[in-house]
Design a protein around this ligand. Structure first.
Ligand code: EPU
Length: 354
């Protein structure tokens, strides 16, 4: 590995070239970054962007790599966000406003907040990845989405280093979706996020798996701590640890279809789980459809569909991103031919297939 060290202003910056990315993505996919830098401050970020701009090189932001597929080598400067810091900006009678740096680990933030009696994040426990990645796909689990606590997102524009703040409405958050996946894709790097949490316990236990956990444990009061513990226990029982079985969580989104199509599907497949949405559409369980098509537990060479959760694709060895995407395509085609429903993949895809 070549090392290009440089000093920019006050901040020393180490830019490495031809860096292996397997340890930087939770699917452990083999790929190389043409250039790679870790940044621990906004000054370093600005310096890294200037370095790339001077070479006309694209920039790819990276957190912990838990929702990314490298489909080939990355002909860009990969910027690993390692900025840290959680600041209490404001405390009111019932609420607290936090500013959290993009490089903080999401689950560590959830624990930190709960320990201090700042409530609202419990259902989002154990979601892998960094704070900076959270708004991109509006992380959500067990009946809560980031949307319910987000105030604003701070970012730096890649083309000009200009700082930018987007309020929640400007982020256009949707189910596993935001403006950062669409119009602002590859245009900025998220540097921090402001969250509003409650000083009063507020517990959401309506999500089926969580509701049945509390039904099965009637002696446990549904406090925020209990909700956190329940989510941790449910997730551990069905979602594989990427350190042992490399994966990126749900590989497909649950498809949204118009109400009419949803009820037509329910007539043909009465057991298909469907979740009516506030906009009148219906969310379908992709996991159920994948399982119904016989994929759950499949193992093909170094790739597999996890035996406890059909939405999780696993790289058991040295699979390439290209092979993984080919399997995903095959799964999506089989779902389409049985249900006439398009499955969209959830992780971001980067890289030039070789
Ligand atoms: N199901 C199956 N087969 C399976 C797994 C699930 O039929 O192999 C059925 C379940 O029986 C249930 C329904 O599918 O009726 C929903 O299952 P689950 O509660 O596990 O949720 P999910 O829709 O499969 C989504 C998120 C998860 C999140 C859970 C809990 C997406 C794409 N995935 O999964 O997020 O943890 O809900 O809220 O929306 C992730 O994004 O990486 C992720 C894990």
């Amino acid at each position: 590995m070549n090392v290009g060290a440089a000093t920019f202003g006050r901040e020393p910056l180490n830019i490495f070239t031809e860096v292996a990315l397997a340890s930087h993505n939770s699917l452990a996919l083999q790929a190389r970054a043409h250039a790679f830098v870790s940044v621990t401050s906004n000054d370093q970020l600005v310096a890294a962007l200037a370095w790339a701009r001077a070479r006309n090189m694209p920039v790819v932001p990276l957190g912990e790599g838990s929702n990314i597929v490298f489909s080939g080598d990355i002909n860009a400067l990969v910027v690993r966000q390692e900025t840290r810091g959680i600041e209490v900006l404001e405390t009111g009678a019932n609420r607290v406003v936090l500013r959290v740096a993009a490089g903080e680990n999401w689950h560590a933030l959830v624990q930190w907040a709960l320990e201090r009696g700042y409530y609202g994040l419990e259902n989002l426990a154990l979601i892998p990845g960094t704070v900076g990645a959270a708004p991109i796909q509006n992380i959500g689990a067990y009946g809560v989405e980031l949307h319910s606590v987000l105030l604003q997102v701070h970012a730096t524009l890649i083309a000009s280093d200009e700082p930018l703040t987007l309020d929640k409405a400007a982020c256009e958050l949707g189910y596993r979706d935001s403006i950062f996946k669409r119009d602002l894709k590859d245009k900025l790097i998220i540097t921090a996020m402001d969250l509003e949490l409650s000083l009063q316990p507020r517990v959401v236990t309506t999500y089926p798996a969580l509701a049945s956990y509390f039904q099965q444990h009637p002696h446990i009061d549904p406090t925020p701590e209990a909700a956190f513990n329940a989510v941790v226990s449910i997730r551990r029982s069905k979602l594989p640890d990427p350190k042992i079985e490399p994966n990126a969580g749900s590989f497909f989104k649950n498809p949204l279809v118009p109400a009419k199509a949803g009820s037509a599907l329910r007539k043909r497949f009465p057991l298909l789980p469907t979740f009516p949405q506030s906009d009148g559409s219906v969310k379908l369980s992709a996991a159920w459809m994948i399982e119904h098509c016989g994929w759950k537990g499949l193992r093909r060479d170094d790739l597999g569909v996890h035996k406890h959760h059909a939405l999780v694709l696993v790289n058991y060895g040295n699979s390439s991103g290209k092979q993984l995407l080919a399997l995903a395509e095959e799964i999506a085609l089989s779902i389409y031919s049985k249900f006439a429903v398009h499955l969209e993949i959830e992780p971001a895809v980067y890289g030039t297939p070789t």
